[in-house]
Design a protein around this ligand. Structure first.
Ligand SMILES: Nc1nc2c(ncn2[C@@H]2O[C@H](COP(=O)(O)OP(=O)(O)OP(=O)(O)O)[C@@H](O)[C@H]2O)c(=O)[nH]1
Ligand SMILES: [Mg+2]
Length: 258
């Protein structure tokens, strides 16, 4: 049984900025202050997918950064970009602090430098395969990408992540039934990035200057009654599903070598 550690549990607090209830961005040498006895699980994920499939956007949201797709596109990644995310969960009554590394490589850098892709893939536990639900070409390619995104010898699990789930470009869009059929055919569970919430949606962007956020000003207006921001609530199922999948894969691997 899986149960998320919700904000009312003490441990969650160190992952939020005091006064704003937004997720805290840790410096390179920082980490959350958790009791030493807490089990920690560290996993590396390679974020891949077709160009423009939403890799950077999804990575930024999962890392708790403010993003706004409608105002400006994410800048192309140059070389490698990685985020470290801490996420607490309870699995079968056990409190676990997950540490996820999300690695993305720029398309141009992968083509130009031979060491980029191997560095991203080295020691991966999971491949987060992004696809946009209104890209028909990407959809056609998806079964092949699912089959090939983990290379022989890698003990990684594939996690497909659907993006642009709230947008229709009018032409074509993978339906729920299409996604269900794909899940059955390829034996995967597709995660869906939630639509932008108030705190990262274009219409609310101008109010959230860096200064306002630093003071924790209008961030409060986006809190739900129980003190969790809509964005955390939206992202929580995705992060929890990723952590659970990686945890289960690790348990399977441990069982297989016993
Ligand atoms: N609304 C919405 N916009 C998205 C979503 N995913 C991506 N976008 C937007 O689509 C554009 C491309 O997304 P990116 O995250 O840069 O795509 P990418 O896969 O990292 O692209 P490359 O790194 O160039 O291959 C950006 O303007 C994003 O803000 C989504 O799920 N919803
Ligand atoms: Mg990108």
């Amino acid at each position: 049984m899986t149960e998320n550690m919700k904000c009312n549990e003490g441990q969650y607090v160190s992952l939020l900025m005091p006064g704003t209830e937004r997720r805290k961005i840790f410096g390179l040498l920082e980490k959350p202050d958790f009791p030493a006895a807490t089990t920690q699980a560290s996993y590396k994920l390679y974020v891949c997918g077709r160009p423009g499939s939403g890799k950077t956007w999804a990575r930024s949201r999962l890392a708790g950064r403010e993003v706004c797709s409608e105002v400006s596109g994410e800048e192309a990644v140059s070389g490698i970009e990685a985020n470290v995310i801490y996420w607490p969960m309870k699995i079968s009554g056990k409190s676990i602090l997950f540490r996820l590394e999300l690695w993305e490589a720029g398309e141009w850098s992968v083509r130009r430098y031979d060491h980029i892709l191997p560095a991203c893939r080295d020691g991966v536990n999971g491949v987060l395969l992004c696809f946009s639900i209104n890209d028909s070409q990407g959809w056609q390619e998806l079964p092949r990408l699912l089959a090939t995104s983990v290379q022989p010898g890698e003990k990684a699990t594939v996690i497909p992540l659907a993006t642009r789930t709230s947008e229709s470009n009018g032409d074509w869009e993978a339906s729920q039934a299409d996604i269900k059929a794909l899940e059955e055919r390829c034996n995967v569970t597709v995660l869906r990035m939630p639509p932008p919430t108030a705190c990262n949606h274009a219409s609310s962007r101008p109010q959230h200057s860096a200064d306002t956020l630093a003071r924790g000003g209008d961030a409060r207006s986006m809190l739900s009654q129980d003190g969790i921001t809509d964005e955390i609530r939206a992202i929580e199922p995705i992060l929890s599903a990723i952590c659970l999948k990686l945890w289960q894969k690790e348990q399977e691997l441990l069982m297989s070598i016993k």
